[in-house]
Design a binder for this molecule. Structure first.
Ligand code: GLV
Ligand code: GLV
Length: 321
């Protein structure tokens, strides 16, 4: 069978795909336009796509032979899963393998904002460090503070569990009681407004859906403490980015650490000039180990899906009912 891969992924994944099937990999290493995806998909049975590809109804319906969509990401808000399901096309993602890696980026951002490491680095390089100062580069302590987790799925849970060494008071917002968090870090399930009002650090771990779009807007930012730090490693549109810029400028909160943006790869210009925000280029899962695991996982899902069987990480199992 024939597979279209929308961008080069780590070799071990391509090797698995190539040993069973004909693969075509988009060769200029860049994000494809919708037209280019449709062009590449012509005559293919499988589509291996990325989170930067908008796999909408038009793309899915453009190739009647399409039998399987394997995404190289855990989040799948970029795929019209409903249409795929209606057409009997399984869709898979890459959960689990990037959980700790993404949680680690959350902590990297949390610490860099709390202790102003990016600002400190620029300051030092610029030759502004003229000697130790009692009031120089003051930040926020992390140990024994209150950590608020919004969304307690795999990544939110891993992020919160890593707070153990910092002896934190953990609050979480979730549709379900998370027994692991309650047992391991004595976490308390609370409602959103309590979490916003009481947390020193707030980290977002919900998927992007109609319900979570702009979950954090002006009203929510105003409820946070003046010393609060907001971390986002989920999806940009969970936060109203304009409202966040206002909050950071007017110092409603201490700072923010962002890996994702509302209109990626575009970033609200004002964010780039603010000192109290640390910006990462959507790279929370970007480690050599994890990207290789994601490639293998996506490829294995593809192989199983093309056999007409349930891929191990199928997100629309109803297709097989
Ligand atoms: C990254 O954002 C992913 O969803 O894998
Ligand atoms: C999201 O996929 C999560 O595991 O929290």
């Amino acid at each position: 069978m024939k597979i279209f891969v929308t961008r080069k992924i780590p070799e071990p994944g391509l090797k698995i795909l190539g040993s069973n099937h004909d693969i075509e990999v988009n060769s200029p290493d860049k994000v494809l336009t919708k037209k280019e995806i449709i062009e590449g998909l012509k005559g293919k049975d499988g589509l291996l796509c990325l989170l930067t590809d908008n796999i909408d109804e038009e793309v899915i319906k453009s190739e009647p032979k399409l039998k399987m969509i394997a995404s190289y990401a855990v989040g799948y808000d970029n795929i019209d899963v409903k249409t795929a399901t209606e057409l009997g096309i399984p869709v898979s993602n890459t959960p689990g393998v990037l959980t700790d890696t993404t949680a680690e980026m959350g902590w990297a951002l949390l610490f860099s904002v709390a202790r102003r490491t990016v600002e400190g680095d620029s300051f030092t390089r610029a030759g502004k460090f003229k000697g130790w100062g009692p009031m120089l580069m003051l930040g926020q302590d992390v140990t024994k503070k209150t950590l608020g987790i919004i969304g307690a799925g795999r990544i939110g849970t891993a992020f919160a569990l890593k707070s153990k060494g910092f002896d934190m008071n953990v609050l979480y917002v979730s549709n379900h009681t998370n027994q692991i968090l309650e047992n391991e870090v004595n976490a308390k399930k609370v409602d959103l407004s309590k979490l916003l009002k009481e947390s020193d650090f707030i980290s977002l771990h919900v998927p992007l859906t109609k319900k979570t779009y702009h979950l954090i807007g002006e009203r929510e930012l105003q409820m946070m403490k003046k010393i609060a730090i907001l971390i986002n490693t989920s999806r940009g549109s969970i936060i109203d980015e304009k409202a966040l810029v206002k909050a950071l400028k007017e110092k409603w909160i201490f700072g923010a650490g962002l890996d994702v943006y509302e209109h990626e790869p575009e970033i609200t210009e004002d964010l780039k000039v603010l000192d109290n925000v640390v910006l990462q280029p959507h790279s929370a899962s970007a480690t050599f180990e994890t990207r290789t695991k994601m490639a293998i996982m996506a490829a294995e899902n593809m192989i199983v899906g093309l056999k007409g069987k349930i891929p191990p990480n199928c997100i629309n199992k109803e297709v097989f009912k």
